[in-house]
Design a protein around this ligand. Structure first.
Ligand SMILES: [Fe+2]
Length: 261
């Protein structure tokens, strides 16, 4: 078995390959690894979709809704939903999962079924829990006092799909630690999956706050980029890290499943 850690300079993430012991996948071991490293990159697993389903079900209730294949699997297969950003091929900026859906998501797994002629499309993970220390005081205060709001644009997918702004707390508490909620914005010239802004702050200041946060969260010290191969799985704690993906061309077929808190 090959193990590499950490995967960010800030000290989180673990990559595992050639796992030769089935006990490695025990709930106890994986939970301990996630508590310590916050995300795991599994290389080239020889797994079926059934294996994936069985593995994740051990950690709690899976998120289920009618947007998912067999209720549990979000299929990320860009050609099938070319007009959407989320299920299409556009860039997804850093975010926490579940905000525009209806569930409190603890763990997220993304599994690569197949890819062909893929250019771009790396998934990236930011150590948002540690990067939060570098947020400027005024932005921390705006998150604490104002929070932020989202309005959905991929309305065929999101369950919170009304043409209105949905408010969220800017900060979340986890094991006594304060962590940033939400994520980053789409650029003005970019096709967006949703729009996001700070509440009760003028549009330009809000935009600049997100530009500042992008420099902090996407700093090389805090960011891991995953280049997909068939059978790879990223498993991460949706509280301690944020994730996103690069735009891409070619074919990329992934399955995402979530475990509820
Ligand atoms: Fe996501």
């Amino acid at each position: 078995m090959k193990i590499q850690s950490p995967l960010t300079k800030s000290g989180i993430g673990i990559e595992v390959a050639d796992i030769d012991n089935a006990d490695f996948f025990s709930v106890k071991n994986i939970t301990e690894l996630l508590n310590k490293h916050h995300f795991i990159a599994f290389k080239q697993l020889d797994w079926s979709i059934e294996n994936l389903h069985q593995f994740l079900s051990k950690f709690g209730d899976l998120v289920r809704n009618e947007k998912r294949k067999d209720d549990t699997m979000l299929t990320l297969d860009g050609s099938q939903h070319a007009k959407e950003v989320l299920r299409g091929k556009g860039r997804m900026p850093l975010h926490r999962d579940g905000l525009l859906m209806e569930d409190n998501v603890q763990f997220v797994a993304i599994f690569c079924l197949d890819l062909q002629d893929l250019e771009g499309g790396r998934t990236f993970i930011s150590d948002s829990a540690n990067a939060f220390e570098n947020y400027p005081k005024e932005i921390k205060e705006a998150l604490a006092n104002n929070g932020f709001e989202l309005t959905p644009l991929d309305t065929n997918y999101y369950l919170k799909n009304e043409a209105k702004w949905y408010p969220f707390n800017g900060l979340i508490e986890r094991n006594g630690q304060t962590l940033p909620n939400g994520g980053l914005h789409f650029k003005r010239d970019e096709t967006a999956s949703y729009n996001v802004r700070f509440c009760n702050i003028d549009e330009e200041t809000s935009y600049q706050y997100f530009e500042t946060l992008e420099k902090i969260l996407m700093h090389p010290d805090y960011t891991y980029y995953h280049t997909w191969q068939r059978g790879d799985m990223l498993l991460f704690d949706n509280y301690y890290v944020m994730h996103g993906r690069e735009a891409y061309s070619g074919e990329r077929s992934l399955i995402q499943m979530q475990v509820k808190n």
